[in-house]
Design a protein around this ligand. Structure first.
Ligand code: F6R
Length: 610
């Protein structure tokens, strides 16, 4: 969500801060700000809007100095305005602070501070923390931060500077990531190591409740009681996304990431398929063969698109591994008290590895003593580090806010996991080998599916004016119907709903009229005839039908108004191949409506608040 970058060293801070923020801007983009220090002065610059606004402001009003902290905001408390942008400063202007997370008891703290005469200048929860630090500050910033944080309930990743201690940056985390960077020309602080690529050589990830203090040449990490903490210093290279994060020749990250899917799938499978034993292998699962054999239930938990991948996983695990699966939104699971027995494994799915609800669900499961696994893209993220074991997607950085390649890579990893579990149970080596062959053919099938792009453009032009769209599919393609609807609504702002195709008779069919298109997922498979009947039901009520179907399917052509062809793959891999036209359809419709595809309104990549 929000992003933090700090630097103290032997070069001008503001270019470093602005470049770091640029790399994090996709996470939150409603306002940005920075503060630098020279001698005994703090230079505060902040602006509502995109980072470009702050850049212009800093160009017109330079912020000098070699020490500074900065922030890109996704508003939680208070609108996206200049005064609500971070950094926030104390009344006397001697403390400046940036914050990711939510201070849950801010209202009570604010009342106390106001009663003592503090004037507030913003509507944020963060400002409370700044005044609290100022209240305790007597020349020792780290001590004041520790005292202030002791009063706070909620989550935070913070960076703080004091006018009286130029060159010093204090940081702290609880539930919001923070990493110290060590470089040749100074020390850094960031909410994501990717902001520090090319600046820092080494990184130190803070754990919850740790506090760090950085100067030009030194850094230290302490526990919440200020005792020295034991930390590990690691090469930054291990934590940087393994693809490049430029748009290349693509006009948007989303389009680039859609087109990267054949390679992302190949990367997800690299070194993991084992034809000799007709199974898959994973380096980081940390489960012995016996433990694996004992798993009798899997709970998958996730949010958004990752939740939809988990729903595909439910079908995959039940079919290939015959292991019962429950899928639960992480935001619900974290507050439930479901009976979970000893041989249940909790599997968290997450692209960013920082989603607050998924992290909390994982922690709650660990607290109860369950084995936790994660399927994650971001290396070194909180969930990757805290799960007992896991599998990385190796999809490379996903910058477009709408998740695309992470979804198909997650389904690919889930297929390999289902194969792996299945091979410890009933799945024969011949069946296992079929799955391996199907998976190996998948990148090419997705490459072929991308050839539908021109056809999708024609279809998008026809339906870009719709105000409601239904997405309908059955079995493996029911979760994809949910995902297709999510893609369309998040980037084009058209209301869309995904439904099991047969279920629409029980309510949503009332929405159908000549202005409400339905996108049917109807490639050939076991339920093909059933879905065709559901399609006829929509046609009979005058609803336009867009069908995603097997190439050359004449039956579909005879009923649907518009057909987008995808190559045939086995049913359990259809969600991967059929995802491509749905992603492209959402992209093209959003584009023709003039929407900001990569940074849709109100959204942020990596949702680190509850
Ligand atoms: C939708 C989207 C979100 C994320 C959700 C979970 O396109 O990107 O719905 O899927 O916020 O994020 P991760 O996977 O990072 O936990």
């Amino acid at each position: 969500m929000c992003g933090i970058v700090g630097f103290t060293g032997r070069r001008e801070a503001s270019p470093v801060l602005l470049e770091g923020l640029r790399r994090l801007e996709y996470r939150g983009y409603d306002s940005a700000g920075l503060v630098t220090s020279t001698g005994n002065e703090l230079h505060l610059r902040k602006k509502a809007g995109r980072l470009a606004e702050l850049r212009k402001h800093v160009a017109a009003h330079p912020a000098p100095g070699c020490h500074g902290i900065s922030h890109t905001r996704w508003a939680t408390h208070g609108g996206a305005t200049d005064r609500n942008a971070h950094p926030h400063t104390s009344t006397a202007g001697d403390i400046a602070l940036v914050h990711n997370g939510v201070i849950e008891n801010y209202a009570a703290l604010k009342q106390q501070l106001q009663a003592a005469g503090t004037q507030f200048r913003s509507d944020t929860d963060t400002e409370v923390l700044c005044h609290l630090v100022a209240h305790y500050y007597q020349g020792d910033l780290i001590g004041a931060v520790q005292k202030a944080l002791a009063l706070v309930k909620g989550t935070y990743g913070i960076a703080v500077m004091a006018k009286g201690e130029p060159g010093l940056i204090v940081g702290a985390r609880l539930g919001s990531p923070l990493v110290v960077g060590i470089g040749t020309d100074g020390t850094y602080l960031a909410s994501d190591a990717n902001a520090l690529a090319g600046f820092a050589d080494k990184v130190v990830y803070l754990s919850d409740r740790q506090i760090c203090a950085l100067t030009e040449t030194e850094w230290e990490v302490r526990d919440h009681d200020l005792a020295p903490a034991s930390v590990s210093v690691q090469d930054i290279g291990a934590f940087l996304g393994d693809g490049d994060s430029d748009k290349g020749d693509f006009p948007h990250y989303m389009l680039k990431e859609i087109y990267e899917q054949p390679d992302a799938l190949a990367n997800a499978m690299r070194g993991r398929l084992d034809s000799a034993d007709s199974t898959a292998h994973f380096g980081g699962l940390n489960l012995g063969a016996q433990q694996l054999r004992q798993i009798d239930r899997v709970i998958m938990t996730a949010c958004g698109t990752s939740y939809h991948a988990a729903l595909v996983g439910e079908y995959l695990f039940e079919e290939l591994a015959r292991v019962p699966v429950e899928v639960e939104y992480a935001s619900e699971f974290r507050y439930r008290n479901p009976p979970i027995d000893r041989n249940t494994v909790v599997l968290a799915l997450t692209q960013s590895g920082e989603t607050a609800d998924t992290l909390a669900a994982l922690r709650e499961s660990k607290r109860m003593g369950h084995t936790t696994l994660a399927i994650c893209n971001a290396v070194g993220s909180s969930i990757a580090r805290e799960a007992d074991g896991g599998v990385y997607l190796h999809a490379g950085p996903e910058i477009g806010v709408a998740s695309t390649k992470a979804f198909t890579s997650q389904v690919c990893v889930l297929t390999m996991l289902a194969l792996y579990l299945g091979r410890t149970r009933h799945l024969s080596s011949i069946q296992g080998q079929h799955v391996i062959d199907d998976l190996r053919a998948l990148p090419d099938a997705v490459r072929k599916a991308l050839e539908c792009h021109d056809r999708v453009k024609e279809v998008a032009a026809r339906y870009a004016g719709a105000t409601n769209v239904l997405y309908l599919g059955r079995q493996y393609l029911y979760p994809l119907a949910l995902e297709g609807a999510l893609k369309l609504k998040e980037i084009s702002y058209i209301h869309a709903e995904g439904y099991p195709a047969a279920e629409m008779k029980h309510g949503p069919i009332a929405l159908v009229d000549e202005n409400t298109p339905s996108v049917f997922l109807v490639p050939r498979g076991n339920v093909f005839d059933k879905v065709m009947s559901n399609m006829q039901e929509i046609k009979a009520r005058g609803g336009p039908v867009i069908a995603v179907a097997s190439a050359g399917d004449r039956d579909v052509v005879s009923v649907a108004d518009d057909v987008i062809a995808v190559p045939d793959v086995p049913e359990y891999l259809q969600p991967v191949v059929a995802a491509v036209p749905l992603q492209l359809l959402a992209y093209e419709i959003a584009l023709s409506r003039g929407c900001d595809v990569d940074k849709p309104r109100n959204l942020a990549k990596s949702v680190t608040v509850e």
